[in-house]
Write a protein that binds this ligand. Structure first.
Ligand code: ZN
Length: 199
């Protein structure tokens, strides 16, 4: 077969498409990306392509999360999702949770590069940080930003007891303090009843 006919056949059967090999998807790696790793379970046909070293590292990073129990996973992603716990109870939307885990894992694996964010979907608007007056109310009750509703109740009772005027010789300052604590707790009750109390 002469070269011309060969070229025609190649074109006819789509064999003239470039057969270039992608580079490894890990930032800064110059090796060929010969090994694929799924980006997520939701996008089965979407893969990263890595060199052997990086596909191993990627799978290892994923296994690290996959091997954790639920409370360890919670802990690992707590920082990013503190305020989503109220609306995304564990087990309620596991697929979303897994995406979060993968997101976190990718962020660690790739650094702050674009790859880390690509398949990650932003959380629903309901899961955003609470308004400033709620953050203030939490501060008044000396609570961490990730305090549970149960912790709020417990802390409220504790502070009311501590600052009760009877326990402070009927002091005016204690009375004022109680007022502020009550206001803060009312704000929290209203806010979290709106979001929906778990259990
Ligand atoms: Zn590589």
């Amino acid at each position: 077969m002469d070269a011309d006919i060969k070229a025609k056949y190649a074109s006819l059967f789509g064999m003239d498409r470039p057969t270039t090999v992608k580079g490894c998807d890990h930032p800064g790696c110059a090796d060929a990306g010969l090994y694929k790793a799924p980006k997520s379970r939701a996008t089965l046909y979407d893969y990263y392509w890595f060199c052997l070293d990086h596909v191993r590292a990627y799978n290892q990073a994923w296994d690290f999360y996959a091997g954790m129990n639920t409370s360890e996973i919670e802990q690992a992603i707590k920082f990013d999702t503190v305020w989503q716990r109220e609306t995304w109870p564990m087990g309620g939307n596991w697929q979303q949770r897994e995406e979060e885990m993968r997101h976190k894992m990718r962020a660690e694996f790739f650094g702050d590069g674009m790859h880390a964010r690509a398949p990650y979907e932003a959380p629903p608007p309901s899961a955003t940080r609470p308004p400033p007056h709620i953050i203030e109310a939490l501060a008044v009750l000396e609570l961490e930003a990730d305090a549970s509703v149960e912790e709020m109740k417990t802390q409220y009772k504790k502070l009311v007891k501590r600052h009760h005027p009877d326990a402070n010789g009927g002091s005016r300052a204690a009375e004022d303090k109680i007022k502020i604590i009550n206001q803060a707790f009312t704000a929290l009750k209203t806010h979290f009843a709106m979001v929906g109390e778990q259990g």
